[in-house]
Design a protein around this ligand. Structure first.
Ligand code: GDP
Ligand code: MG
Length: 288
């Protein structure tokens, strides 16, 4: 039996969340074309006949401009240091020299697999030269070419991961997909919809706190706060006559229902908390 922790690392938009979801066969991490969607470490547990892999999706690498970002950076370092294997994900279309300098600067002590993602978007020649570029780099124990979106190359990648894991018994029992409560994923689903529905700074300034999650006989009742920084943002989030927030509620509810397999009654409340990004206490309260 092999078991251990695998950290997924890479620039925002490289496709880390998509890869995690593809490996899991479930939508666990939220996926968005905008950067910085993933604020938390998500643990996903993949158990096979003779292995257990515990994946963590990390926030992208970003500037520590706000305290929130400092915490994200700390989370990145943290997770890299306690993993058994690192997946260094890069967009195969991007300049390999840039990824190379980031990956080598990490000075990883754990074995790493360079994952060249989005192979569906390039031709065989470009794939070959990217593969050649990374093969033999001292941080790259293996190089895998995948398309997280089209589900290609994932079996070979998983085989390489398992090969590098230490021998050991499973850390988690049963068939749980994650060690995070359903409540967490509900918050993430709402946050993803905010990313899709609103522009500019709104998604980056919004936090979602699930205040109530109660299983009733015929449905699950959920109440969530959307925390914003400014009053002006409140109007935008609500929309004319509340139309926008109703749309957010409908889209979120549909996906939550699909995720938990039950009917959902969802209530959203918009609250303004100036400077929540800078306040340590409030960051803690909101789970960062
Ligand atoms: P993250 O920031 O690294 O977690 O990236 P995401 O998983 O959120 O993906 C960022 C964007 O890249 C999304 O629009 C994805 O649909 C897209 N994407 C992810 N994987 C692939 C892939 O294999 N092929 C293509 N063409 N697009 C991908
Ligand atoms: Mg992500």
């Amino acid at each position: 039996m092999k078991s251990g922790f695998v950290n997924i690392f890479g620039k925002p938009n490289a496709g880390k969340s998509t890869l995690l979801n593809a490996l899991m066969g479930e939508k666990l991490a939220i996926v968005s074309p905008k950067v910085q969607t993933t604020r938390h470490r998500i643990k996903a547990i993949l158990t096979g006949a003779d292995y257990q892999v515990i994946f963590s999706d990390t926030p992208g690498i970003i500037e520590p401009r706000y305290r929130l970002h400092e915490k994200m950076m700390a989370a990145v370092k943290n997770s890299l240091e306690d993993a058994d294997v690192a997946l260094l994900v890069a967009d195969i279309r991007e300049d390999p020299a840039e990824a190379d300098s980031t990956f080598s600067a990490l000075n990883l002590r754990v074995p790493a697999i360079v994952v060249l993602n989005k192979a569906d978007a390039v031709d065989a020649q470009a794939t070959g030269s990217a593969l050649d570029f990374f093969t033999g780099k001292n941080y790259a124990t293996h190089v895998a070419v995948v398309s997280a979106l089209r589900n290609t190359g994932l079996e070979a990648l998983l085989a390489s991961v398992v090969e590098l894991l230490p021998e050991g018994s499973p850390f988690y029992e049963g068939d749980d997909l994650s060690d995070l409560p359903v409540k967490f994923f509900v918050g993430e689903i709402i946050r993803e919809k905010i990313f899709h529905l609103y522009q500019d700074e709104i998604p980056y300034h919004a936090a979602v706190v699930v205040q109530e999650y109660r299983e009733k006989e015929t449905l699950t009742k959920i109440a969530a706060d959307i925390i914003l920084q400014r009053d002006t943002q409140k109007g935008i989030v609500l929309g004319e006559g509340g139309r926008k927030i109703r749309e957010l509620g409908t889209r979120s509810r549909q996906e939550i229902e699909a995720f938990i397999g039950r009917k959902v009654f969802l209530e959203l409340f918009v609250k303004v908390r100036p400077k929540w990004r800078d306040s340590d206490l409030q960051l803690k309260e909101y789970g960062y």
